[in-house]
Design a protein. Sequence first.
Lengths: 179, 304, 429
Amino acid sequence: MLEGPDIHRALTRIAHEILERTRGASDVVLLGIPTRGATLAHRLAERVAQFEGVKVPVGSIDITMYRDDLRLGPARPLGKTDVPAGGIDGKTVVLVDDVLFSGRTVRAALDALGDIGRPKAVQLATLVDRGHRELPIRADYVGKNLPTAKSEKVKVLLSEIDGRDAVELLKNEPEGAGK
Amino acid sequence: MKHLISAGDLSRDEALLILDTAEELARVSGRSIKKLPTLRGRTVVNLFFEDSTRTRISFEAAAKRLSADVINFSAKGSSVSKGESLKDTALTLEAMGADAVVIRHGASGAPHRLANWVRGSVLNAGDGTHEHPTQALLDAFSMRQRLGRLEGLKVAIVGDILHSRVARSNVLLLSTLGAEVTLVAPPTLLPVSVERWPCQVSYDLDAVLPKADVVMMLRVQLERMNAAYFPSAREYSRRYGLDRDRFAKLHDDAIVMHPGPMNRGMEISAEVADSPRSTIVEQVGNGVTVRMAALYLLIGGENQ
Amino acid sequence: MIVIRNARILGGEPRDILIANGLISEIGAGLGGDTVIEADGLIALPGLVDLHTHLREPGREDAETVETGTRAAAIGGFTAVHAMANTSPVADTAGVVEQVWRRGQEAGHCDVHPVGAVTSGLEGKHLAELGAMADSQARVRVFSDDGKCVSDAVLMRRALEYVKAFDGVVAQHAQEPRLTEGAQLNEGEVSGRLGLTGWPAVAEEAIIARDCLLAAHVGSRLHVCHVSTAGSVEIIRWAKSKGWNVTAEVTPHHLLLTDSCAEASPVGPYNPIYKVNPPLRTHDDVTALREALADGTIDCVATDHAPHPVEDKETEWAAAAMGMIGLETALSVVQEAMVETGLLDWAGVADRMSTRPARIGRLSGQGLPLEVGSPANITLYDPAVRTPVDPTAMVSRSRNTPYEGLTLPGRVVATFLRGRPTVLDGKLV
């Protein structure tokens, strides 16, 4: 659905939008949701630094312990939580995830954030918005809106983890397996 | 993983998963809100047939930080002291809907028996002279934290091996994780057939110390003296105690551990126990995170 | 008149056995009688004799009674059992042994020969009235503090000497008490791993060695209960080579099971169904015991049938009672351990499970060869079937069999006590 250059362009645009909407990103903290959200957060931070020379604190926030579907499968291994040294109190936190789907991951991330500190504002950036929201959540920055069937699965590949950049749509996955 | 009863049941991957999970959870313990919502609505029963305030508190803190409901069931002053059997107690817990039962019992194998009678997960918090797997996990966690690795680490475990559940669990876990364990004790305090265990054995502490990366001192109970395991506290301390002179034989990065409670002046001198190379205090804190990890991995997912 | 048709006596060629007036009146082919019992493919053995049975009565009727225990014995092919003395009250007087003996007569499933305690109350301090028990209606010849060891060397010496007056025998439970304080499981690799207090072989062997020397010194008869170690076998072999009057028994479970059952079994680790005194030992011990039974160093198989109610076994290991039931499975276990392995033939089985135990117990009407004129104590056994052991199907009042989950060969089809069937078609008559 998306190739490397598309992803590159989408991230560049999101980085510009963040700079614009947060007036230079001076009190922004980028927090990615592991695994691929964290990688995307670092890419965004690089771009922001390139464009405006601003060094945005970047880290990751694991939401596993806050999930509402833990009982639907075996206990999951935890991802990395790495909150930048300055913390998040009074900052504008931009949560970064690869795919926005039901919104439950973001709900969990908001709970997790609340236990770490009290940000001034929380915004959401996602590479792909595939629809089918189950909670009143919307993204502030979207790389690509991707209409999907609920049974399909959207897979984001990133070169740091998967060796190449791509977004793939997998059909006929069993119900509930998609992200 | 359904139960955590023996360190020997853990594969290398499972053991590392617990340690890695604990490492992530350790970050939580540093922040202002230490509680996680993960086990909301789950019930953890602490079933303690032996007094062990420190282990019970550690499990209680772990369960509460994961938002589980905790029921402390102490054998003292309960129906258990009136002769109720372990099985009847188990059936009572079952009726309460315990998702996990943390059991400390004076009889080796009691957690295995309990697992036959309850549907929830059983966590062994020490059974007789058999095992204490979460202690071994927190020991391994502390070693890795201080020394950065477990593979190839030379660990000396010193003291009453025969009666020590800590030693059994540590030998099994550390050998699974690639550390080289040497048990050091007078021959009376080693089990027969110990040569078949996955470790080395020595009677000579002074010969072992210079090569050790970790020295774990076990509590030696004075009543063992009356059963002729050793002649006197003084002689034990001279031959197997970790005092200043012996401490000096350790290489500079080596650490000293003790599962507590300590007999200062017997197996370990106060000076050594309080030295910066002793992990005794951080072992306590690590106990909570390791037990959180174990509880999460056992009952955080779907009901099995 | 009953005729048993086509039975293979001691595994030999098929023969008909005619029973009249409680005796074997004729053996041959084509015999007729009022009642015909077809025994095609079945082996005829002399009625089995157990030197070591716990009937629990008086005192623990919740575990077993003379009635239920002797039913189990008959189902297992036994025509005589020796009822151990560790009851409550202890069988240490003529009154108690006569009571047990009489209950056996009333029940009528097999002969019950009470064993008398060696010391009063099994306390190991004073000799019980051994002579009074010998002279009683129960005619006690076997004396034992079984469950406890007569550890005092002087007391043991006196007992050995004293019973010579009435051709009695002291059956010693060999267990050095200090070496086995709190002991739970054979001291070895398994006990070390499981953290169960070890029960060293030497605790048994040291007492056996001492008792052999004592028996030789005073010229008495010694019987060693439930030999469980290779070392014990060596000592008994040595004593016998000296010509000393020492006999020994082994239990079926020590011929089949090892201490590894405590660690891994069909019923889970630390299951006290395997807790027994003496403890299950190692594979090497089992091998030595089988060889010793085959070469006669160990004279006989004795069940040490030890019933316990469920609540005494459904506990943690250390809290559980020691012992396992064995009457109903004894012959099957012996077939599995000794016959299937080629160590004993059926004549050997008859010798070790009937002839020799009867001789050691000085029983006149038991353990005699299946020939004309002998009392018709006969066990008919089908060695060809294999069945899973089902504790719930047992007739003993207790269910603590260690063989649950195993499939064992053979089945007792019929048992005759002096010509009267006590079991037919595998069921009590």
